[in-house]
Design a protein around this ligand. Structure first.
Ligand SMILES: [Zn+2]
Ligand SMILES: [Zn+2]
Length: 363
């Protein structure tokens, strides 16, 4: 199979802090161990608005012009030198991080905490953050950042693999056991995924703490207990629901101030709090030190989705988790401003928004 590769493409280009336009730009050419992918679908991530606004310009993105976007699925349309893992025509989903592959952390498999982060020459990449991403029709990716995707998985579903992987990484860090009682604080996309995957892995019970339409979504999508933190003290409520014992694991998925403290206090002795929510830089929190040590509560930071690609693709493609219902809105690339507005301003009970840069699922 061969695809005709155009010389130019449409891309959402960030031109400065808070500024972007859909422009015509050159299609990149794959280098060694890289492939050119046609982007089928790309989902807006909770971390994208910060990049669009330029809150930490100089870091994410490191420069302008820049193309963001990292939660995507698509098709390999050309391969660079030395590529044996993929062939033209393969469907794939992407991953933002690609480690240098040779630092201590990468060698141990912890490539999202690569010690050469930001060093291009080392081979490290972070697509959509420091290297161009997927809000465009085509992009080049290193083969290490791609997971094969069966035909039965739509681009829209494949674009959920990143979020699912982020949740799974936190669950793996917690070594969650079958039958566990789990709390999820913050039923946004990552919280809902943490709930779904926890259940798929045999959690006995998942208690979701949130409010409003997102808590309603958690109820609709199958949480065992829902706690509205605007109506009660969530710690007391979780203790009451668990006969005073507390939960085995709490996944903090909101990044809001005060929630780590709540997570610590709603765990049973020996329980674990996993930090999946990405808090703004200025959010700090006092934690009950004596209580935490006396009860051997573990607090685990969790970054991105290392080594989760094939696992979440199995869960999605075999129907162990359903992700399609999480995509509440789709847009084409030319209407990306509307897509961002819908996502950022949480219009119309939005959960996840997928952009189709090449027109739709058939592309
Ligand atoms: Zn993301
Ligand atoms: Zn590394």
């Amino acid at each position: 199979m061969q695809y005709k590769i155009p010389e130019t493409m449409r891309a959402m280009v960030l031109t400065g802090p808070g500024k972007f336009e859909v422009q015509t730009v050159p299609v990149p050419v794959p280098g060694p161990e890289e492939v050119l992918c046609r982007i089928g679908g790309v989902a807006i991530c909770g971390s994208d608005p910060e990049i669009f606004r330029g809150d930490i310009a100089g870091v994410w993105p490191p420069h302008y012009p820049f193309i963001a976007g990292h939660e995507w699925a698509g098709r390999v349309v050309a391969v660079g030198p030395g590529v044996t893992k993929f062939k033209v025509g393969d469907r794939v989903c992407g991953e933002a991080h690609k480690g240098c592959g040779h630092c201590r952390n990468c060698l141990e498999g912890h490539y999202t905490t690569c010690l050469n982060y930001g060093n291009y020459e080392s081979g490290q990449r972070h697509y959509g953050f420091i290297n161009n991403g997927a809000y465009c029709q085509y992009n080049v990716y290193h083969i290490k950042s791609l997971t094969p995707m069966p035909d039965s998985v739509s681009y829209k579903e494949g674009a959920m693999a990143d979020t699912a992987g982020v949740a799974l990484h936190g669950i793996e860090l917690a070594c969650q056991k079958p039958g566990s009682t789990v709390a999820v604080i913050g039923p946004g996309p990552i919280g809902i995924m943490a709930m779904k995957i926890s259940k798929a892995l045999g959690a006995g019970r998942v208690i979701v703490i949130g409010r409003g339409s997102r808590l309603q979504s958690a109820i609709k999508l199958g949480c065992d207990d829902a706690v509205d933190f605007t109506a009660c003290d969530p710690v007391e409520k979780v203790r009451e629901l668990t006969g005073g014992l507390g939960v085995d694991v709490c996944y903090e998925c909101s990044g809001a101030k005060g929630t780590i403290n709540q997570g610590i206090r709603m765990c049973r002795r020996k329980g674990k709090v996993v930090m999946l929510g990405v808090a703004p830089d200025n959010v700090t929190e006092e934690i009950p030190l004596r209580y935490t040590t006396a009860n051997e509560i573990s607090i685990l930071g969790s970054k991105a989705n290392p080594n989760t690609g094939w696992k979440v693709m199995e869960l999605i493609s075999r129907g162990n988790i359903s992700v399609e219902s999480m995509v509440t809105h789709t847009f084409d690339l030319e209407h990306i401003a509307d897509a961002i507005d819908t996502f950022v301003n949480r219009k119309d009970n939005v959960m996840k928004v997928v952009i189709y840069p090449n027109g739709g699922e058939d592309a």
